[in-house]
Design a protein around this ligand. Sequence first.
Ligand code: URA
Length: 210
Amino acid sequence: MRSMIYSDLAALQADLEANFQNFPLVTKPTDLIPGEGNAKAVVMLIGEAPGYHESVARRPFVGRSGQLLRKTLVESGLTEAEVYISNIIKVRPPDNRDPSPEEIMAFKPYLDAEIKLIKPKLIVTLGRFSMAKFLPEVKVSQVHGRLHKIKWQEQTLYILPMYHPAAALRATRVKISFVEDFKKIQKIINFIETASETDDFRATVEDALL
Ligand code: URA
C-alpha cells in the first residue's frame, strides 16, 4: 500500500475529503471526523471510531466516553491543548459496531500519515483496535499501563496501551485502572525524554516506572 506524505494536517484532511467516495461507510465529505489537537503534540491518543455525538460535532471523543477521557486527561496533569486525539477509522460505523478489517485498512494510510506529521513522543492506544495496530499479539487486560518500545515503519515509537474509556464507563474495576494508567503519563514522558538509546529498555523502564 502506498504511504502518503502531506505538508500538514490540513492537507491530509483536504485529501481525505476530496477522496471521500473511496472510503467504506462514507457518503459525503462531512461524514469524515478529523483528528483534533496540537499538531506538535507530545502525546497522541488513538481511539476506535467516532460515535453519534462525534459525527454530529465532527470532533473525536465528545460523547460520554470522550467526556471521561478529557476529564481524566486534565486530572492527570495534561492539558487538552498538549495532546492530539484521533481514531483508527474516521467515520461512524452503523449502530456503533466494531470497525471491520477492511475499514481499518482503508483509513490506515491516513492514520500513518497523521502519526508521521505529529511525531508524538508517546502514543496512547485506547482499546483493542488501536492497540492491535502496534501490538497485535497481546490483550489490553494484560498490558494496559505498561510502556512498550517498538519499531514501526523504521521509527522507534513508545506505545502505552490503555483501556477504552467506554469500557471504563461499563465497569468500576476498569475505570480505576484507566484513571491510574493516565496518572503515569507525565512520568513516562520524563522517562522517554531522558532515556538513553543505549539503555536496556526493559530494565530501565521497570526501574523508572514500576
Ligand atoms: N470512541 C472512540 O473510539 N472514538 C471516538 O471518537 C468516540 C468514542
